[in-house]
Design a protein around this ligand. Structure first.
Ligand SMILES: [Zn+2]
Length: 427
């Protein structure tokens, strides 16, 4: 079963916004004007074409570029070839989806409904398409990596991030979705059938390889987890020297369960005290780690005196187990402290995941499907409040999207033939 988005041959399709069908039809008769329009579009986006590694063609096309017209399902499409490296770029107008009969307007409604949590079957009813056609469309979008699309939007690779695995089901099998999040953006949404460190390292390794390919000097400084052993091990293997923190909010949630056989008011009082402890520890500017160690010891003493020796000992062992992860959070002011945003991303993805059950089959494209869903999560506007109204996650994080239309952005950004200006050529 495939866990990674496969790419068998280099896809150099580019989607170009011709604004309306008539402009495109007009351009078809004039090769020179057509190439000039494509170049101006690239320049406006700040993109270059993904030529071959050896090419010194300058990332765009020249008026000497060869072009041919071909008919594709009743539509005339242009192919442009770089005269230097002979890379061939297929230019798709905005009103056509790659390899698909589906109109973008139909795809737009179906994808939006999918993203909103409606089953693939019902989304297909809305657009009068087959559920499998919609599944394949999402998989096709998922052929482009999240790292590739996000860096095209100008987002810097994350130096600190949140990582955790979503537990899910495929038919009756337990599966895990290793996830990397910064704020409102998903950088990785993988798929494994095991919860071992090796399986997670394989999945998080896909993110690492994509990131290093974009930026060979890429280094991660810190990651926040929920403290699961396989997660920590896999990340330490992939990113030697990384600071691994444990979510502070989880510490607060877990505390009451660690206090056994005591009256409710005592438990409540200790929880409040624990909350204050964290608040004070995070308020401090310097020596935060030293102060936390002291406060945790005092707290164990208080538990012992109010809730008994057994509870005190349980809390002490729990602190012993987790404190390195908590120290890691407090030792670096740039470390994220809670994994709330990752939980939000998982909740959003969860609404769609039950749809996978019906489409699960050996040799299926779980990896590509999940990556496709993650693109929707990153690029569909979600903000309703005034400050960021109408913005998608990428924009909220300071990234640039090519146009004001999310569907067109999705088409353009998941085209294989683009790369951000100033970056090395791809193979
Ligand atoms: Zn070239």
């Amino acid at each position: 079963m495939s866990t990674a988005a496969k790419q068998t041959r280099t896809n150099r399709t580019i989607t170009v916004d011709f604004r309306d069908d008539a402009t495109y039809a007009q351009m078809l008769g004039d090769g020179k004007a057509f190439v000039e329009f494509v170049c101006a579009f690239l320049l406006a986006l700040g993109f270059q074409l993904a030529h071959k590694v050896t090419c010194r063609g300058g990332g765009c096309l020249t008026r000497h570029s060869h072009y041919v017209r071909l008919r594709l399902g009743g539509l005339t499409i242009w192919r442009i070839q770089c005269t230097t490296c002979r890379a061939v770029f297929t230019v798709l107008p905005h009103f056509v989806l790659r390899y698909r009969q589906m109109r973008p307007e139909v795809a737009r409604d179906a994808l939006l409904a999918t993203h909103g949590g409606l089953s693939l079957e019902l989304c297909a009813v809305i657009g009068h398409i087959s559920p499998m056609a919609l599944y394949r469309l999402i998989c096709a979008l998922g052929q482009q990596s999240l790292v590739g699309v996000l860096t095209r939007c100008g987002l810097p690779l994350p130096v600190y991030f949140l990582a955790d695995e979503k537990h899910s089901h495929c038919l009756t099998d337990k599966v895990y979705l290793p996830t990397i999040v910064t704020s409102r953006v998903l950088w990785h949404l993988g798929y494994t059938t095991e919860a071992s460190a090796a399986a997670f390292a394989q999945s998080y390794g896909e993110f690492q390889r994509a990131a290093v390919q974009q930026e060979p000097s890429y280094r991660v400084k810190g990651v926040l987890t929920d403290g699961f052993d396989s997660t920590t091990k896999s990340l330490r293997t992939l990113f030697p020297g990384i600071r691994v923190g444990i979510c502070l909010r989880h510490a607060l949630i877990k505390l009451p369960k660690k206090l056994v056989a005591i009256a409710s008011p005592v438990r409540k009082a200790l929880r409040t005290q624990f909350h204050t402890l964290w608040y004070r520890a995070r308020q401090r500017k310097g020596l935060r780690v030293f102060a936390l160690g002291q406060r945790l010891r005092h707290f164990v003493d208080d538990v012992t005196s109010t809730a008994g020796a057994a509870n005190g000992e349980r809390i002490r062992r729990w602190f012993q187990d987790k404190k390195a992860g908590w120290y890691a959070v407090l030792a670096d002011p740039q470390m994220p402290a809670t994994s709330t945003l990752l939980d939000q991303a998982h909740n959003a993805i969860d609404r769609k995941l039950f749809m996978m059950k019906g489409f699960h089959h050996l040799g299926g494209s779980q990896g590509a499907f999940l990556t496709g869903l993650a693109h929707l999560y990153n690029l569909i506007p979600y903000q309703r409040r005034a400050l960021n109204a109408g913005k998608c996650g990428v924009e909220v994080e300071g990234g640039r999207v090519p146009t004001a239309d999310w569907m067109l952005n999705l088409q353009i950004l998941t085209s294989g033939g683009f790369r951000p200006a100033g970056m090395g050529a791809t193979t």
